[in-house]
Design a protein around this ligand. Structure first.
Ligand code: SOE
Length: 383
């Protein structure tokens, strides 16, 4: 058997648990070119990371991520830590010759993202690979949506309408967690949720956002501190963001991301309207796509449901017989599968750090547009 790919992961909260599930599962679901080993998990608290290693299935643990850099038995570093740690860990890992998987958004600023792209490009010739974790690309229905759009099934694209709606911040007594502090998270709903729909719409249409006009709002401006001493602290990120955009040449688009949409738990929706038809994806019905074709007979016009569980649908042949549904966690397994395949083949995994830098440039343009109440042109990265 070929040499295993030995993974070291940094962080073990929600995303760390989701990635661990993927690393635990991927060997058993897909016929991988190299087996994956869950070598070591890193976190700040020795006791907590030891418990996490046990719970999540990691062979070892450490309270210092820097030890991963010099370990000969770690080939890939998977970064599931908050955004303020991404650049430092990724750049050090790439310089140490380790492949990197980094959670989205790539960084907290364009400057950091550029440095990460430079580090990935410097390591590339030695066979080191870097990928950003935009897991929703790996929903089979989303991958099918891209296939249908790029095959021209919708004709000329005119409209893109995207929203990502959650409601976990509605209660003003919800504490000031790291996701609400700019110095740790970079931004709020914008980077956390908006980054996903920016990436998804660019991925599905194969077009880039070229200009934006945005507004943001922070509804609850201070919140209780999560740990002692008791008190309150300022929320320094956006709770909600809305923006208009131009996509490619002549497509008009709208985006909304919020953590205050009561009743919406993880409502990620993308609708695309073209000259020959339309497609709708709604994450809360993630095994389906709604498809409308203007070429259908007059008495069959309107949206019909495509159940995306056939073995011919992206990623699905490894799972269950048609009609047996999959869930959120499978998207991370698909992501791990794609990355392992690319590393073993020596090809470039997507989304690359350069793709993620382009998302970062949109996030930055949206922030500046909201600050200045004006349209901002999005820079095209030359990376
Ligand atoms: C929190 O809002 C969060 O966990 C995001 O950070 C993830 O990227 C998203 O998939 C679910 O919601």
């Amino acid at each position: 058997m070929s040499q295993p790919l030995r993974v070291g992961m940094v962080g073990y909260a929600f995303m760390g648990a989701a990635h661990s599930q993927a690393w635990r599962t991927v060997n058993h679901v897909y016929d991988l070119p190299v087996p994956v080993r869950m070598q070591v998990v890193a976190g700040r608290s020795a006791a907590a990371v030891a418990a996490a290693a046990d719970r999540l299935g990691w062979a070892g643990h450490t309270d210092d991520w820097r030890t991963l850099l010099t370990r000969g038995d770690v080939d890939l570093i998977d970064i599931c830590a908050p955004g303020d740690a991404h650049a430092e860990i990724a750049i050090a890992a790439l310089a140490a010759g380790k492949h990197v998987l980094c959670e989205k958004p790539l960084a907290n600023s364009v400057a950091e993202a550029r440095e990460m792209v430079a580090a990935a490009s410097a390591a590339h010739d030695s066979g080191v690979r870097a990928m950003c974790g935009f897991n929703y690309r790996r929903v089979p229905a989303v991958a099918l949506m891209r296939r249908m759009v790029t095959e021209g099934r919708l004709g000329t694209i005119r409209h893109v309408r995207a929203s990502y709606l959650q409601d976990w911040l509605v209660d003003p007594s919800y504490p000031l967690v790291w996701r609400l502090r700019r110095e740790v998270a970079g931004s709020g709903a914008l980077g956390d949720l908006g980054a996903h729909i920016i990436d998804l719409t660019q991925f599905v249409t194969d077009l880039s956002i070229s200009a934006v006009c945005a507004l943001t709002e922070t509804f609850v401006k201070s919140r209780p501190l999560p740990s002692s001493p008791p008190g309150t602290g300022e929320v320094t990120v956006d709770d909600a963001v809305l923006f208009l955009a131009r996509l490619g040449d002549g497509v008009v688009a709208s985006y909304e991301a919020t953590r205050f949409a009561t009743g919406r738990k993880n409502g990620l929706r993308v609708e695309i309207n073209g000259s020959l038809g339309a497609l709708v994806f709604d994450f809360e019905r993630m095994n389906e796509l709604s498809f409308h074709s203007t070429e259908a007979p007059a008495d069959e016009q309107g949206f019909t449901r495509v159940l995306v569980t056939e073995p011919t649908h992206p990623y699905m042949s490894a799972w269950w017989p048609p009609g047996h549904l999959i869930g959120y966690e499978h998207t991370f397994t698909h992501q791990a599968y794609d990355l392992v395949q690319a590393i073993a083949a020596g090809s470039d995994p997507a989304p690359s750090f350069a793709d993620a830098l382009q998302v970062q440039l949109v996030l930055d343009a949206v922030s500046r547009s909201a600050e200045t109440s004006s349209w901002i042109t999005v820079e095209r990265s030359s990376a």
